[in-house]
Design a protein around this ligand. Structure first.
Ligand code: CFM
Length: 546
């Protein structure tokens, strides 16, 4: 019986994962592999340099800045200053969708803008070429904004993208041009790029437009990037509830909405890792509190809507939210009732960037599935252990590389949306303002938490636990599937989505059912199933009884 699975002792698995490493590597990796205890939450080493050669899942700082945070805004021209490869491999691969209101509205997402640096530019400097590219983009498209992204060679040769941007902004007159020093090597992962992007968006965009926004319940949605249409489903739900979405950072967003976003009365944060800086900075400068929500999972979506209604404290909104939940849930429940008998007791492993490895556990638990191991590629300790550990996080040389903006209250526009007493009252009602508990509190005792999983560790985990599904990205997909385990891409969603909200939950249940119950996986022989070939000493399939 699936439900009676006996899992291997996680402490032994941990030993097995590190025993083949050289001593120094084993010592380092052992701090990033921990056995969870939701009551005492052990410390996880995170946001440190990857051991070279270990085959990480991580990306680079440029990816986090250009691809993740700025990429989904449709009417900004994002020019990559660098060799063409950096642009080409970031071109439409993230599946962030957008929906311009009219056919005439600007949408530059399908384009790939690059300065196409050549050897000559690396030797003699590329600023001239960059300015020509900005002028060309302006002449062709007349965008409201142009952003410049630095790739590794730009930092190495010392091109000043900020000076070039300032010069072109002045020359063009009606186009906001600004640059990002987000060279790939700026940090230990794409996480550095998120921070750099947050700083730039805050400095150059937020607050540029003070036009009042209509609506009684106005919020911004932070850290939702509309992969596979996720933002569309959240927009649908907000609209049904009568909640006004001022700006999304940045799925399905526009420059104008972000410039106007300081007029909202609440920031809700989905992906804490990529955008928590923005929440804090907007609170300090404008007095807008932020609240962690999760629209991945039907129950989580309902809970998040209730939290939003509680924040605004309006009886009409609370009633409307209950009506919407009552209307949406029966469709979801009907599908769960049908699928759950086929998924109950199955196991999942989730190794994704910085927030999905947490959030998608909710969808799996709605299907009766257990997450036996999970981890982030590049998140920080607070995303694992909760924000209460922030003061104890060591600032190392790599983090020092990234600018911390000094933000103060805006002399005219600072307006605390809630008084201290009101915030306290909300906290007493269980509404967590400006806080995030992290992944581990929610995970089972004895589940494994692994930061920056290496390729070797992923193979070992699969070999030992034989999960029913492994969630990661395209780099892992086919290797894992050749081991006889289906892999669901939780970055691009393969070809699926949306997976947020109520309709998204239904899409997810159906996709997972199709994957974990597909008989084709039983036809594949994994290496350890052939006697004497690649099986690990002692800790193999016998540790799992079915
Ligand atoms: Fe946030 Fe993201 Fe994620 Fe992320 Fe990403 Fe992504 Fe991700 Mo891929 S912003 S941390 S840098 S939820 S692109 S939409 S899926 S690794 S878990």
């Amino acid at each position: 019986m699936e439900a009676n699975r006996i899992y291997p002792d996680p402490a032994l698995v941990r030993e097995e994962l590190i025993q083949k490493y050289p001593t120094k590597v084993a010592k380092k990796r052992s701090k990033s592999i921990v056995v969870n205890d939701p009551d005492t939450i052990p410390e996880v080493q995170a946001n440190v340099r990857t051991v070279p050669g270990i085959i990480t899942q991580r990306g680079c700082s440029y990816a986090g800045c250009k691809g993740v945070v700025l990429g989904p805004t449709r009417d900004i021209v994002n020019i990559v200053h660098g060799p063409i490869g950096c642009s080409f491999y970031a071109w439409l691969t993230r599946r962030n969708q957008t929906r311009p209101e009219t056919l005439e509205d600007a949408n530059f997402i399908p384009y790939c803008f690059s300065t196409d640096m050549q050897e000559e530019n690396v030797v003699f400097g590329g600023e001239k070429k960059l300015k020509v590219a900005i002028q060309e983009a302006y002449d062709l498209f007349h965008p409201k904004s142009i952003a410049i992204f630095s790739t590794c060679p730009v930092g190495l040769i010392g091109d000043d993208v900020h000076a070039a941007s300032r010069e072109m902004k002045e020359k063009l007159g009606d186009c906001n041009v600004f640059g990002f020093s987000c060279e790939g090597y700026r940090g230990v992962s794409q996480s550095a790029g998120h921070h750099i992007a947050n700083n730039g968006v805050f400095k150059h965009m937020v607050g540029n437009d003070n036009t009042p926004v209509e609506g009684k319940f106005k919020l911004n949605l932070l850290g939702e990037y509309n992969i596979g249409g996720d933002a569309f489903e959240i927009e649908r739900i907000f609209e049904k509830c009568g909640i006004t979405l001022v700006a999304s950072f940045s799925g399905n967003s526009t420059v104008g909405a972000i410039e106007n976003s300081h007029m909202a009365d609440l920031n809700v944060i989905l992906c804490h890792r990529s955008i928590n800086y923005m929440g804090d900075m907007m609170e300090t400068k404008y007095g807008i509190p932020w609240m962690k929500v999760n629209f991945v999972g039907a129950e989580s979506s309902a809970k998040s809507l209730r939290k939003i209604a509680e924040y605004f404290g309006d009886a009409g909104l609370k009633a409307r939210v209950e009506e919407v939940i009552a209307e949406e849930m029966p469709k979801v429940k009907a599908i769960i009732d049908e699928i759950r008998p086929r998924t109950e007791g199955k196991t999942a492993m989730l190794f994704v960037g910085g927030s999905r490895a947490h959030h998608y556990q909710d969808l799996f638990s709605e299907l009766g599935m257990t997450t036996v191991a999970a981890g982030y590629e590049f998140a920080h300790r607070d995303d694992y252990e909760g924000r209460q550990v922030l003061p104890s996080i060591k600032i190392d040389a790599d983090s020092k590389n990234i600018e911390e903006l000094k933000v103060t209250a805006d002399p005219e526009r600072y307006n605390p949306r809630k008084t201290e007493a009101e915030l306290e009252a909300l906290k007493e009602k269980g509404l967590e303002i400006n806080s995030y508990d992290g992944m581990m509190k929610q995970m089972n005792s004895k589940s494994l938490v692994v930061d920056d999983l290496s390729h070797y560790e992923s193979e070992k985990l699969i070999e030992i636990y034989k999960p029913d599904i492994f969630c990661a990205g395209i780099k892992e997909k086919y290797v894992v599937q050749k081991m006889g385990v289906p892999l669901k891409q939780l970055h691009s969603y393969d070809y699926g989505g949306p997976y947020t909200g109520f309709e998204g939950a239904v899409n997810f249940y159906k996709d997972i059912d199709r994957m974990v119950n597909n008989p084709v996986w039983k036809l594949i022989k994994a290496p350890w199933e052939t006697a004497g070939n690649g099986s690990s000493d002692g800790l193999e399939a016998s540790y799992v009884t079915q």
